[in-house]
Design a protein around this ligand. Sequence first.
Ligand code: GRF
Length: 217
Amino acid sequence: MTTASSPSPSPSPVPVAVLVSGGGTNLQALLDAFHGSTLARIARVVSSRDGAGALERARRAGVPTVVLRDPDDADELVRALGDARLAVLAGYLKRVPPAAVARFRWRLINIHPALLPDFGGRGMYGRRVHEAVLSSGAQVSGATVHYVDEEFDRGPIIAQWPVPVRAGDTPESLAARVLEVEHRLLPLVVQELARQGVPGKPVKVSVQQPNFDGTTE
Ligand code: GRF
């Protein structure tokens, strides 16, 4: 029992699972941000394919990894997520089966490299997103973190961060500028959700809007 004079026990960090398919730079940003944190810990990394660079990052950080045999198998996916309170899609290219979405309702989030609801949906990933932004003539792109529901890139938005499109941008140069922001936005959102105890309903997280030169004053 805690008495008035004894310090209250600090709550244990929220276990977070990260789902990946690729190189895992967003995973790395999370590993770095929560190393030694009392708020959240990256408890496991689940990959849709063997050989994803992200797996190596997880191993280097001493985080257990699982490679899914069948990413369409909801039971296998839910088992792989184990005791995670929050699951983060960070470059995960498979559709999460609806039964797994239902089990993790409002506890499953994704990062997308554009300002949703534009430039999202089935087939909109990687280079294609940035190509579409450039050919639309949009002057601002950005990063979005949102809840995962049964539709690709359609769940409620948690936070967005704008990024300028510059004259002469290529899909690669724009992707690199957006990715830098992703690496800041995703840990901020995870931190805030963890701080709030991973609420069982959709929330919005406001992040300090940066200036377009990358500063936040
Ligand atoms: C990121 O641009 C993310 O927004 C998208 O896939 C990319 C993953 O990159 N969903 P990485 O594997 O985290 O480096």
